[in-house]
Ligand binder design. Structure first.
Ligand code: T5A
Length: 206
C-alpha cells in the first residue's frame, strides 16, 4: 500500500518545526513509519541549493525567476530521490514545506505569474501531490519577531513586511479555494496550536 504525504506550511516563525514534532508523534502513535523532509533541501544537492537561496551575503541579486527555478530544482531532487520511493514503499512523508511554498512566496511574495509557476509545476512535479496540508497562519510581524529572536535573519527573512503580507494573502487564497488544506491559527499559545493540529488530522481521516 502506498504511504501518505503530509505537508506543514507557513511563514517564518509560524511554528512549523514545533508542528512537525506534534504531527510526527501523532503518526508514530498509530504505528506508522514516517520520513521527515524539508524544502528547500533534503538531499545532498538540494541542501546545497538551500544554502545558496538562504545566503544573506550573496554578491548579486537573485532574480525572482532564478529563485523559483532553484526551489523547483531542489524539489525535484527530493521528489525523485526520497519522496516518491518512500511513498511507493508504503512509508509516510511528513514535509516541512513543499510546492505550496513556491506558489505563496514566489507567486504571492515575488509576484511571479501563476501561469509561469503552473507551467513549471506541470512540467516537473509528476503525479505526486500532498494528501493533506496543514497551513500555520500567522501575522507576518509576529512570525518575523519570533524568527528574529532566534538569531540572524537569512536572505528571504530580510525582505520587507509587505513581501510576507503578499505571501500570506496567497497562502490564504489558495487554502480557501483548494481542497485538502487546513488553516491553523498559529498565533495561539503552543498547546492550543498542538490541539488544533491533532483535531485537523483526526478530521482529515487519512
Ligand atoms: N521558500 C521555501 C520559498 O521562498 N519558496 C519555496 O518554494 C520554499 C520551499 C526556507 C525559506 O525559503 C523560503 C521560505 C523560507 O524563507 P525555512 O528555514 O525552511 O526556510 O523556513 P522558515 O520559515 O524560515 O523556518 P523557521 O524555523 O523560521 O520557522 P518555523 O519552523 O515555522 O518556526 P519554529 O517552529 O522554529 O518557531 C520559531 C520560534 O517561535 C516559537 C518557537 O519556540 C521558536 O522559538 N514558537 C512559538 N512561540 C509562541 N507561541 C507559539 N505557538 C509558538 N510556536 C513556535
Amino acid at each position: 500500500m502506498k504511504g501518505k504525504f503530509i505537508v506543514i506550511e507557513g511563514l517564518e516563525g509560524a511554528g512549523k518545526s514545533t508542528a512537525i514534532a506534534t504531527v510526527q508523534a501523532w503518526l508514530q502513535a498509530k504505528g506508522l513509519e514516517v520520513i521527515c523532509t524539508r524544502e528547500p533541501g533534503g538531499t545532498p544537492l538540494a541542501e546545497q541549493l538551500r544554502t545558496l537561496v538562504k545566503q544573506a551575503d550573496l554578491q548579486e541579486q537573485i532574480a525572482p525567476e532564478t529563485e523559483l527555478l532553484l526551489m523547483y530544482a531542489s524539489r525535484v531532487q527530493l521528489l525523485r530521490n526520497v519522496i516518491e520511493p518512500a511513498l511507493a514503499a508504503g512509508q509516510w512523508i511528513l514535509a516541512d514545506r513543499h510546492d505550496l511554498s513556491s506558489r505563496a512566496y514566489q507567486g504571492g511574495g515575488r509576484q511571479l505569474a501563476d501561469s509561469l509557476i503552473n507551467a513549471i509545476r506541470q512540467a516537473v512535479l509528476g503525479q505526486t501531490r500532498p494528501d493533506f496540508t496543514l497551513y500555520l497562519d500567522i501575522d507576518p510581524a509576529l512570525g518575523l519577531a519570533r524568527a528574529a529572536a532566534r538569531g540572524a535573519l537569512d536572505r528571504i527573512e530580510q525582505e520587507q513586511l509587505a513581501f510576507f503580507e503578499r505571501t500570506r494573502a496567497k497562502y490564504l487564497q489558495i487554502a480557501a479555494t483548494e481542497p485538502g488544506i487546513a488553516v491553523i491559527d498559529a498565533s495561539q499559545p503552543l498547546a492550543q496550536v498542538q490541539a488544533a493540529l491533532v483535531e485537523a488530522l483526526e478530521q482529515a481521516a487519512l
